[in-house]
Design a protein around this ligand. Structure first.
Ligand SMILES: *Cc1c(COP(=O)(O)O)cnc(C)c1O
Length: 241
C-alpha cells in the first residue's frame, strides 16, 4: 500500500467512527454553496437514509430502478430522487412518475423512452447525458462526439417531456490525482463548449455538471463540478450482501 492509499484508508476509518449526521455535516462543510450534494443511498436501509433526511438533506441518489421505486414509495414525498446508474429502456416506466433527475442517459433510444413515459405521467424529467471519461472500458457513457450528436439530434427537439440539464461522468478509480483531475477537466471543457455552441436549443439547459464521488469530489469541484454524488463517505462502507 502506498502512502496516499494508506492515508486514504485512515481517513475512511475516521469517517466510519463518526455518526451519519456528523459525516453529512463534514461533507456539507467542504462543499461550496453552488454545488448540490446528492447523497447516494444505494444499498443502505431506509432508517439510515432517514437520519440524513432529518438533517435536512433532500437530494438522494440510487443506481437501481427497483430499489429507487421501493424507497421512494415509503419515504417522504419532498425528496428529490436521482437515478445515477445505468437505466434499461424497459424499466423507464417505473420511475418517470416521480424521479427528479436521470443522470446516465447514454442513447437516443433511452431518451425517447423517457420522453414517452414522462408524457403519460404529464411530467418533464430532467436528464443528464453520461460521458465516458475514465480509462476503464467497463464504465458506460458516450464519447464526446456521440454526446454532441445525441444533443443535436433533430428528434430530440420534438421531445416535450425531457429537459437536458447537463452532463455526468465518472473518473477512473485510481490514486493518480493528476489523471482524475485531467478527466474531470476534459468533461468540464466539453460541457462549456456544448453550452455555448448549442445555446439556441430549447431543451438544452446546461446548468448541471454531475461529477465527483466520495474519493474524488473535492477534485471534481475544483474542476467545475456543480453536483457531487457522495455515498460511502456519508453512510459508511457499503455491504453488498
Ligand atoms: C455508488 C455511486 C456513487 C457514490 O459512490 P461513493 O464512492 O460511495 O461515494 C456515485 N456515482 C455513481 C454513479 C454510483 O454508482
Amino acid at each position: 500500500m502506498n502512502k496516499l492509499t494508506a492515508s486514504f484508508f485512515r481517513i475512511k476509518e475516521d469517517i466510519c467512527t463518526m455518526s451519519v449526521a456528523e459525516n453529512l455535516k463534514h461533507i456539507q462543510d467542504s462543499i461550496p454553496q453552488h454545488v448540490t450534494l446528492v447523497a447516494v443511498s444505494k444499498t443502505y436501509p431506509v432508517d439510515h437514509i432517514m437520519e440524513v433526511y432529518d438533517q435536512g438533506q433532500r437530494d438522494f441518489g440510487e443506481n437501481k430502478v427497483q430499489e429507487l421505486a421501493a424507497k421512494a414509495e415509503v419515504m417522504p414525498k419532498d425528496i428529490r430522487w436521482h437515478l445515477i446508474g445505468h437505466l434499461q429502456t424497459n424499466k423507464v416506466k417505473y420511475i418517470t412518475g416521480f424521479v427528479h433527475m436521470i443522470h446516465a442517459v447514454d442513447s437516443l433510444k433511452l431518451l425517447k423512452e423517457i420522453n414517452k413515459q414522462a408524457a403519460k405521467d404529464d411530467r418533464v424529467v430532467e436528464c443528464l447525458l453520461q460521458v465516458h471519461i475514465a480509462e476503464e472500458d467497463t464504465k458506460f457513457g458516450l464519447s464526446h462526439d456521440e454526446c454532441e450528436d445525441l444533443l443535436i439530434n433533430p428528434t430530440v427537439s420534438e421531445m416535450k417531456h425531457v429537459s437536458i440539464k447537463g452532463l455526468m461522468g465518472m473518473a477512473t478509480f485510481t490514486d493518480h490525482q493528476t489523471q482524475v483531475r485531467r478527466e474531470f477537466l476534459g468533461l468540464k471543457n466539453l460541457f462549456d463548449r456544448l453550452a455555448q455552441k448549442h445555446a439556441d436549443l430549447a431543451y438544452w439547459n446546461p446548468t448541471t455538471l454531475s461529477m465527483g464521488m466520495s474519493g474524488d469530489y473535492l477534485i471534481a469541484i475544483d474542476e467545475g463540478s456543480t453536483m457531487v454524488r457522495v455515498g460511502s463517505s456519508i453512510f459508511g462502507e457499503r455491504d453488498y450482501n
